[in-house]
Design a protein around this ligand. Structure first.
Ligand code: GTP
Ligand code: MG
Length: 184
């Protein structure tokens, strides 16, 4: 019954359209692993992304065009080429990479300054929580300082592309927010 009402609600408010989601973050954070965990529900073997991967994911009646961009230093300047019409950003952090957490934070802030992303919601996924050396979400947010973000819908969650933990919770949050922001 809940599903029937959910479908009616979606039709009523014309939110049966595609949403554009970007997955960003430093190299090795696990972006591609998360993309394919979302699409096929498994961990895949990856290699560093040169350019991008894009997949269409149907999730709870919503069609998402999910772009996973390469995170290497030389590729990051090209992220901005993909910002237009983006409704949601998934920023992936490697929770074990404490040395580069500040760099991740700087890249995140640079990205959020872009005018084209001013209305996009932000989901930070602290990935690799299956590893013993993973930092807690609170510790990571001490560096990212997301509480400072004004006029932005954001959330931070732990996850593991390897085990799948936390991935669906993250996507549920993202979808609820983009749906709400796009009611016409
Ligand atoms: N233990 C563990 N390893 C992970 C997890 N997610 C990804 N990895 C591993 O981390 C490495 C990098 O993962 P990728 O998904 O290729 O990283 P990426 O962010 O796409 O990297 P670039 O394409 O270079 O930007 C791979 O060896 C993955 O198997 C996770 O949740 N847990
Ligand atoms: Mg990749």
């Amino acid at each position: 019954m809940g599903q029937i009402f959910s479908n009616m609600f979606d039709r009523l408010f014309n939110i049966n359209k595609d949403f554009r989601i970007l997955i960003l973050g430093l190299d090795g954070a696990g972006k591609t692993s998360i993309l394919y965990r979302l699409q096929i529900g498994e961990i895949v073997t990856t290699k560093p992304t040169i350019g991008f991967n894009v997949e269409t994911i149907n999730y709870k009646n919503i069609k998402l065009n999910v772009w996973d961009l390469g995170g290497q230093t030389s590729i990051r300047p090209y992220w901005r080429c993909y910002y237009t019409n983006t409704q949601g950003i998934i920023f992936v952090v490697d929770s074990t990479d404490t040395e580069r957490l500040q760099l991740a934070s700087t890249e995140l802030r640079t990205m959020l300054k872009e005018e084209e992303l001013k209305d996009a919601c932000l989901l930070v996924l602290c990935n690799k929580q299956d590893l013993q050396t993973a930092q807690s979400i609170d510790k990571i947010n001490e560096v990212l300082q997301l509480y400072d973000l004004k006029d932005r819908n954001w959330s931070i969650l732990g996850c593991s592309a390897k085990t799948g933990d936390g991935i669906n919770e993250g996507l549920d949050w993202l979808i609820d927010v983009v749906k709400e922001n796009n009611i016409e």
